[in-house]
Ligand binder design. Sequence first.
Ligand code: ADP
Ligand code: 5GP
Length: 207
Amino acid sequence: MSNDDSLIMVVSAPSGTGKTSICRSLLQEIPTLKFSVSYTTREPRKGELEGRDYHFVTAAVFQEKIRAGEFAEWAENYGHLYGTSRVVIEETRRQGGDILLDVEPRGARAIKESYPEGVFVFVLPPDLEELHKRLWKRGDGDEEMRRRRFLKAEDEIKEVFWYDYVVVNDRLEEAIARVKAIYLAEKCRRERQMVIISTFLAKRPSL
Ligand code: ADP
Ligand code: 5GP
């Protein structure tokens, strides 16, 4: 399969909107979609697994990876470092596979510079009051951390204008269905069907 058939889908949302919930369901429903497991220096949350949700590393290990040029992009969020592995993206693309990234808008912008053909989806909470509730409901970190995440949300939402798609996560099941619909429609784009088209054209019964 050629690189052109593979799809990079980037999902961003202010922290607490529900993108982890959406991405997890999407990955279950679409087994061929691979998650780009980021590196982070933050502590695992309850229920998070090393290698599935993140690679949890020390700041020293993270800095070493920056020096070695291992990240396609990296950023500091709320005092912790987060980075996307370049090798995982490149290897998945080389094999013609599809990859899902969960990164905040700065990281997403850097990915767009390297991979302009990517599909960029912004998930919005129904409103800021609901976002506030969800951040507090999740309950990780201390009060100050939740406050910082909430204050950053408004800045992040300003980035919505350069994304390709917007999905409001009001009812979770509906938001999952919409992100899945985006994925399926993007997979059907003619430019991502070139292998199928050329295979089709190469096969002709003898008359
Ligand atoms: P993010 O990854 O965007 O930070 P999470 O997926 O961790 O967000 O969701 C934050 C909290 O909101 C979690 O407690 C999650 O169960 C809850 N949540 C997610 N989507 C919805 C929704 N549509 N309605 C109500 N609560 C939701
Ligand atoms: P959380 O700590 O809630 O899992 O993530 C905090 C923020 O970091 C979220 O907005 C999430 O999308 C973002 N994030 C996760 N992985 C990466 C990454 O590899 N690079 C960047 N730039 N942001 C990331």
